[in-house]
Each structure stands twice: as structure tokens, then as C-alpha cells.
Design a protein around this ligand. Sequence first.
Ligand code: ACO
Length: 385
Amino acid sequence: MGKEPSGEFEYSRGLEGVSAAISAMSRIDGDDGILIYRGIPIEIMAENSTFEEATYFLLFGNLPNKKELDDFTTEMKEYRKLTSEEIEWIKNFPKGGHPMDALKTCVSYMGMEEPPPPGEKQTLRGFTKNGKKIIARLPSFVAAFDRARNGKEILQPDNSLPHAANFLYMLHGEKPDEESAKILDLAFILHADHGMNASTFSTYVTSSTLSDIYSSIITGIGTLRGPLHGGANERVVAMLQQIGSPENAEDYIMKAIKEHKKIMGFGHRVYKAYDPRAKILKDYAKNLAGKEESKLVETAIKVEEIMMREVSKKGIFPNVDFYSGFAYKAIGIPTDLFTPIFAVSRVSGWVGHCIEYRQQNRIFRPRAIYNGPIDVEYTPMDERE
Ligand code: ACO
């Protein structure tokens, strides 16, 4: 309990254990390693659904019938296209900038392209429409920035392709094979929502001031970027490359544990069991890995074995980031696009939560316990040491 001039209140570091909203979108059972989207286990969604369908389901609450899905997909395809101004703008971005910064900047630009009329209160319908536009266009932005920084021509979407396959086309300049498109679609589904988490919470906070959806999504992208959240998969691959081979894993991991260093891709605030998404991705990653990645996969499996032996009793297991990196690497995605790809998937959850919260809105206003001094005298400059 903390105490402030106006009374006592609870303090929870990192808001642990505090429920901040009511949501029907996804539920995590961290003890048993279960994730459901609106009641359906993630394993079933992964096996049967597509990113477009999962997004519709998350946003609107029902599995779409054929017409609903066709209409939604057609609308999303319209929104994928980059405007000529966006293309010019992206071409002039600093080539060495981080793609997450490029993404934030693009969303911000997009919001400025269609400003709401001054003084007009945005309807939920308008808010939702802008949300759908962002979901549709994020992959186009990521691909365009990657091509521009590599001196390649920026491509417009190929509307004969679904969402994930189109992203690979816009990135690589050729239509992807079925297997690559499938794994990316799967990764998009698995990352689309995850209850309340740091980035989703940050979108809630921005949205709760009745700010616009572009601002909320920019906040989410900024929060996701950190290495304790979405930035971990980039570091997993870097760590495994540093370990080099399964034979080196034992020494590396034991030394890290001894020095209280965190192993990237392990541990989770909620899951104290195996993350179900990591289980699904592990199977795909093993099958998909080419020569270079298969060495990484073998090293990863060895790392997992040691970690399970050493720290699983503390509730530390592989999380979704541990195996997603190989999958992305195997389909030719550069390492620094891993986190942007996470954003491209999670944006469905962010938008869905913002729409949901708008209907129960209350501005977030937690408090801080002041622990600094009081009654300090102001010392004039010439008397200070
Ligand atoms: N490697 C080794 N030890 C770990 C790890 C890890 N990855 N994660 C937690 N621990 C240990 C801590 O050292 C601590 O041990 P102690 O009790 O002996 O001091 C104990 O487990 C609890 O650690 P906390 O940091 O309090 O656990 P918390 O639940 O707050 O942290 C977090 C969760 C931030 C994800 C943490 O596990 C971590 O930093 N993991 C590595 C980064 C990572 O993979 N992030 C991706 C998360 S998934 C996602 O965002 C999509």
C-alpha cells in the first residue's frame, strides 16, 4: 500500500496483477499454456484460418461468412496501395534508420494525409475504417522502406495475392512459393493478439484520451520496439549466431545463467508454461529451415534443452520469439524486419482493442507514489556548491 496526501492506495510495480480493461478478444491461461481468440484455441486458428479471417474475427467478434470475408478482403486490398506522396517520402528516409522508426513515421504521415475535419468528433465507424486502413497498409510500408534503403524500386501491391503473400511479393519483387506464404500467414495469425500486454496497453492509454487511431498505433509500435517485448526475436537470432553450434551451447548458457543474464526468447510475464505459439512455430521452423538455418535450429533446440533442465522449474520456457526468427530468416526476411513484422501482425489486436475500449472508455489516470523530499529550500545559484 502506498500513501499520498489524499489517501492510501495500492502500488503494483509494472501494474502486475492489475486488470485495466474488460475485453472479449483473447484470453491467455499462463499456467497451462493456452491462448484463445474469442473462444477458439490458437492451434485451431493456426490450422484453419488466415490472417484476414482472424483479423475480421478479432475486430468484429464473429467468424465471417463467405460474403463478409470477401467484402472485408476486397476493402483491405483497396487500402494496401501506397500513395505517390508516401512513396516519395519513404524514398527520402535516412537509409540507416531503424525500420520500426520508419513504420512509426509512415503511420504518422498516413494520419496527416486524411486529417479529420476540424472540430468534428470522430465516429466509431470512422475510427474503425482508419484502423482497417492501417492494418492493410503497414506491410506495404515495411516492404517499401526495405526496398528503398537497398536502392530498389518500391513496388505497389499485387491484389491477386492474399495479405501475407503480397507482403513477400512487395519485399522481394517476386511472388512467393506456397510454403513461404503459408508460414508468414501463420506467424501473422499467431501474433495478431495477446490479451493485455505492454504495446496493447500503450495503445489503450493513447486511445483513452479520445486521440486518433493513428496516434494509438504509433504508440504501440514504439512500445513493441523494446527488447523486452517485440525486439527479442532479433536478439535470439544474434545470440544463436554467437553461440555458433550446439556443442557451444552448454558453456554459453551456463555462464549466462551464472551471471544472471537473461536468455532472449525465454520467459514471459504471463506464461509460466510452454507458450503455445512457440510450440506451433517450432514445428514449422524445423521443417522449413534451409542449410544455414538448420544449424541455428539445432543450436536452438540444444539451448532449449539446457534451459528446460536449468530454469523451467522457475516457470521459464521458450516464448513465441524463440522460434519465429528462423521462420522469418528461412523465407528471406532481414533480421531487422522481424519486429516490424510483429507490428504488422499485432496491429489487428491493437486496432481491435482500441475499438473495444472506445465503447467503455475512461481515460487512464494511474498515480505515482512520490518518494522525493518535501519542504526543500530553493538555494540561490551563487550559494550552491
Ligand atoms: N533468461 C534467464 N532467466 C530469466 C529469463 C530469461 N529469459 N527470464 C526471466 N528469468 C529469471 C529472472 O532472472 C528472475 O530470476 P530470479 O528470480 O532468480 O531473480 C526470474 O526469472 C523472474 O524474472 P522477471 O524478469 O521478474 O520475470 P518477468 O516475468 O517480469 O519477465 C520477461 C518477463 C520480461 C519477458 C523476461 O522473461 C525477459 O526479459 N525475457 C527475455 C526477453 C524476451 O524474450 N522477451 C520476449 C517476451 S515475449 C513477447 O513480448 C512477445
